[in-house]
Design a protein around this ligand. Structure first.
Ligand SMILES: O=C(O)CCC(=O)C(=O)O
Ligand SMILES: [Fe+2]
Length: 510
């Protein structure tokens, strides 16, 4: 379970409050215990001093003789009980109990959170120092990362054999370590150890050697550093920098062209836009689609692209409706899945990180009203459409480039539904997003920026039923804030009279 949605993070804050309370109780108890132990020590010391002043005089008194024996038996037993760490053991048992009934993240969650942060760093080209300072693309936020936080990000990268990011984060950890006073979280030599090895793996042997030397100054008999030093010296001597094995490519969704990743990230950063030859032709109009009541309140329809035609409907969902939909979805949000195109199974994937829930029309008049509105806006039937999918992306949440339609070679895609392929998509933005989170079409160099209440609509299929590969799109990672969308995937069945199939592929809405 990766914590991605804001709703989950709120629960984690509750957990943290209970953890803090438990720690405070422990501190109070421990302080009382230590105070009691101090008092006892004083008392014993006093008695002992009196006895030592004149040993024979003291011990000739039968009461004193008795008291000495008593002190060393029952008294010390009580004291030893006080010294024993039952209180810590009890406190630790208590923490284990809390973990059982409160939501608490696992090590995988930490890895997920670290990967999300590094993904943001890459997509939005944020340099490490700025990110550590809490500066996101020119906006300064209150939180900073400590040397220890940077170290943890470096360690996570290292565990994924991602030496590029290890070097970035360990260098930042080192910078911060120098500036931080009374740093107890991490030792400088530890940072240097990771940094030196990753620098070597990046192909910079002299750099690795210099760092290892620095490490050995602090920690002269560090066994691995001593070994590495000899190894690096030999490598330099040989003069042929050892060919490093490239950072292992992790399983990624397939890209149609090598440029796609680049275009995707550029579109996310608003660094590309469609050519002027297209943008200059885009129109905005009021449409009633022949629906009688729309004559009075027509939809505002704005073209965002021409071929494929992508349009935006403004004020397509009211704030009050959004509230209802979010409220219904919230308790049902689950990690979103994707279909494995080889096995046909639904599974979670690192390239789609969000939480989603499905709402049926009959569950609430608002869900029904939205479905009806989709028919009015698109002139397509919703009788074969999937339920309303509600999606919440937390920080770093994203959906990498994909098609909404199924390719011919895909195993049992939508077969079970018996409604044909996903002919069109309508996507409602149910929130603004503070930073990031655009819907982008890399091939078209187009980015749609979320605006609460706006809906985006496009056909995924040509009129002859073939998929339009230019509709490939993605949800960029959320950099700051939270993103809510809902969408309706419209299917081919029952559209025969709405969108008669044509032989010539053309993807313009008539
Ligand atoms: O959230 C977005 O911007 C796009 C979502 C999307 O493409 C999908 O859910 O298929
Ligand atoms: Fe999609």
């Amino acid at each position: 379970e990766v914590f991605t949605a804001l709703a989950d993070l709120e629960e984690l804050l509750d957990t943290e409050a209970v953890f803090i309370q438990a720690l405070e109780n422990f501190v109070v108890q421990t302080e009382a215990r230590v105070a009691e132990l101090k008092r006892k020590a004083e008392e014993y010391k006093n008695e002992h001093r009196i006895a030592s002043n004149d040993v024979s005089e003291y011990l000739s008194n039968p009461i004193n003789a008795y008291l000495l024996v008593k002190r060393l038996t029952t008294d010390w037993k009580t004291t030893e009980r006080l010294m024993s760490d039952d209180i810590s053991k009890e406190a630790l048992r208590n923490m284990t109990e809390i973990r059982k009934f409160m939501k608490s993240p696992t090590d995988e969650d930490l890895t997920g959170a670290a990967i999300a942060l590094i993904r943001l760093q890459d997509t939005y080209k944020i340099d490490t120092a700025s990110l550590a300072k809490g500066e996101l693309n020119g906006i300064q936020y209150a939180t900073q990362l400590s040397a220890g936080d940077c170290f943890e990000l470096g360690r996570q990268s290292y565990n994924h054999q991602d030496f590029y990011h290890t070097v970035l984060w360990m260098s930042e950890a080192l910078n911060r370590h120098e500036r931080e006073k009374n740093n107890t979280e991490t030792a400088r030599w530890e940072i240097l150890e990771y940094l030196a090895y990753s620098t070597y793996m990046q192909g910079n042997v002299p750099g690795a050697l210099a760092m290892t030397d620095e490490l050995l100054e602090i920690f002269p008999d560090h066994p691995r550093a001593i070994g590495n030093r000899v190894y690096y010296l030999k490598a330099i001597e040989k003069g042929v920098p050892k060919e490093q094995k490239a950072t292992e490519e992790k399983e990624e969704p397939q890209y149609d062209q090598p440029l796609e990743r680049e275009l995707y990230e550029m579109a996310c950063r608003n660094a590309v836009s469609p050519p002027i030859s297209i943008t200059s032709k885009l129109k905005c109009r009021y449409v009633d689609n022949g629906v009688p009541f729309l004559k009075l309140a027509p939809f505002k329809e704005e073209e965002a692209y021409l071929n494929p035609r992508i349009v935006l409907f403004r004020e397509a969902m009211y704030d009050s409706e959004i509230e209802v939909i979010k409220k219904m979805a919230l308790p049902r949000l689950r990690r979103a899945t994707v279909q494995n195109h080889k096995t046909g199974e639904l599974e979670t994937a690192h390239y789609r990180i969000s939480k989603s829930a499905w709402l049926k029309e009959e569950e609430h008049p608002v869900v029904d009203a939205v479905a009806k509105r989709v028919e009015d806006m698109t002139k397509l039937s919703v009788s074969s459409a999937e339920e309303l999918q509600v999606v919440n992306y937390g920080i770093g949440g994203h959906y990498e480039p994909h098609f909404d339609f199924a390719r011919k070679d895909e195993k049992n895609a939508f077969d079970s539904l018996g409604t044909g392929n996903r002919i069109a998509t309508i996507l409602f933005y149910m929130s603004d997003v503070a930073q990031g989170g655009a819907t982008v079409f890399p091939n078209l160099r187009l980015a749609l920026w979320p605006e609460k209440g706006t809906a985006a609509f496009w056909y995924n299929l040509f009129p002859d039923g073939e998929g339009d590969y230019n509709t490939r799109h993605a949800a960029c990672p959320v950099l700051a804030g939270s993103k809510w969308v809902s969408n309706k995937w419209l299917h081919e069945r029952d559209q025969e009279f709405k969108r008669p199939c044509e032989l010539t592929p053309s993807n313009a809405i008539d």
